[in-house]
Design a protein around this ligand. Structure first.
Ligand SMILES: Nc1nc2c(ncn2[C@@H]2O[C@H](COP(=O)(O)OP(=O)(O)OP(=O)(O)O)[C@@H](O)[C@H]2O)c(=O)[nH]1
Length: 364
């Protein structure tokens, strides 16, 4: 059976903004999800790798390097191939970029990756709430970095007063209008906003563990429950097929507070042969077509997680996508969806396990 590709999430942000802290939090709170980590430290002393090393059970030691400067994508491909070896049972890869990395060139490398096991999963930019205005004056390129992000985490909000926090939020909004923005202290964001929480053994399960109760259930400490309480979820289920063009209209105009969407869709027309797994982090979106299982009931099931969501409007907009004349949907209506598809599918899934794997740096 074909398995979905492993999402690779880029974690960027200026020096000291809190990337490692956030990464450590994700690993601590991953609830059994196996996170493969690539730390792209800058300089000869690999402090980041040391900082995260305590959290993981196995390492791939690789020499120092700078991902954004990789001459060709094959270096990163090699690293990703090793990390996504089915024997390591990785569910998601997070690349912590050097604080001086150019996000755009990292995105390009990932998008041009020849690895058929991975798929680019979006860029999360960490911003230091206390330092951002000053850092931005010295490094105007930060604006470009924020604009390249799919989701911005305004970190270190404990270090600023409410007024200052609001001013930074406004600045980020000016730089990248409509960008999904989260605030955090010590990088404590809900991992469910970035990737699926639990390991899944089959493609079927990957796309079916969809209720918010499932995503946020059981295995967390009080702190993470507190985090979850800050978000709302909206679930949408339909046994009838959806019009792909109308679905794309909804997705293209989704509210900025909608940080995460996951699930699968049953499209009318040319897309009806597959279910389309959906993974969205902030403004990042991708679909993965997976053949329906023999006898599997056709359905759409989505979970949307965010803050300030207007659940009724969102549900109504999706309900309006239900296609009343599926036989009349012409193939071109799938084009908008196909823009977000990467099609090749890797090998059989392996049994899942509990913890993460670290690739310390970028070269052998
Ligand atoms: N007060 C406060 N300190 C924080 C917060 N998040 C991180 N820190 C501290 O800020 C410092 C830098 O955090 P890191 O996570 O190492 O930042 P980084 O972005 O990985 O740093 P570089 O690898 O140098 O780019 C550390 O001392 C953290 O403990 C926060 O929300 N509040």
């Amino acid at each position: 059976m074909a398995t979905p590709r492993i999402p690779v999430i880029l974690l960027t942000g200026f020096l000291g903004s809190g990337k490692t802290t956030l990464l450590n939090h994700l690993m601590r709170d991953s609830a059994g999800t196996r996170i493969g980590v690539i730390v792209n430290d800058f300089g000869s002393v690999n402090i980041d790798a040391l900082a995260v090393a305590g959290q993981v059970d196995s390492m791939i030691p690789i020499e120092n390097g700078c991902l954004c400067c990789a001459a060709d994508a094959s270096e990163m491909d090699d690293m990703l191939q090793r990390l996504t070896d089915p024997a390591l049972r990785i569910d998601v890869v997070v690349i912590e970029a050097s604080g001086l990395a150019e996000p755009q060139s990292m995105i390009r490398s990932l998008l041009s990756s020849t690895s058929e096991r991975i798929v680019y999963g979006g860029l999360v930019e960490v911003v230091d709430a206390a330092e951002f205005p000053r850092t931005r004056e010295r490094h105007p390129e930060l604006d470009r970095h924020v604009r390249a992000a799919d989701l911005v985490v305004l970190n270190k909000t404990d270090r600023v007063e409410e007024e200052e926090r609001r001013a930074v939020l406004e600045t980020v909004e000016e730089i990248a209008p409509g960008i999904p923005l989260l605030t955090a202290e010590h990088g404590r964001v809900d991992p469910a906003l970035l990737f699926d929480h639990r390991p899944r053994t089959t493609a079927e399960e990957r796309f079916q563990q969809l209720s918010f109760a499932d995503v946020c259930s059981g295995e967390h400490d009080d702190h993470s429950r507190h985090l979850h309480a800050a978000y709302e979820s909206v679930e949408f289920i339909s046994a009838e097929s959806l019009n792909p063009r109308r679905v794309m209209d909804v997705l293209d105009s989704r509210p900025a507070g909608l940080y995460r969407i996951k699930g699968f869709l049953h499209f009318a027309g040319a897309g009806a042969d597959h279910k389309y797994g959906l993974h969205a982090v902030g403004s990042f979106l991708r679909f993965q077509p997976v053949p329906w299982e023999h006898g599997e009931p056709r359905a759409t099931q989505l979970v949307m997680i965010g803050t300030g969501l207007d659940a009724d409007t969102l549900t109504k907009r999706l309900a309006d996508c239900v296609e009343t004349a599926p036989d009349e949907v012409d193939d071109r209506q799938m084009m908008g969806v196909l823009r977000y598809v990467q099609t090749e599918e890797p090998d059989e899934p392996e049994e899942p396990a509990e913890t993460g794997v670290l690739a310390e740096n970028l070269r052998d």
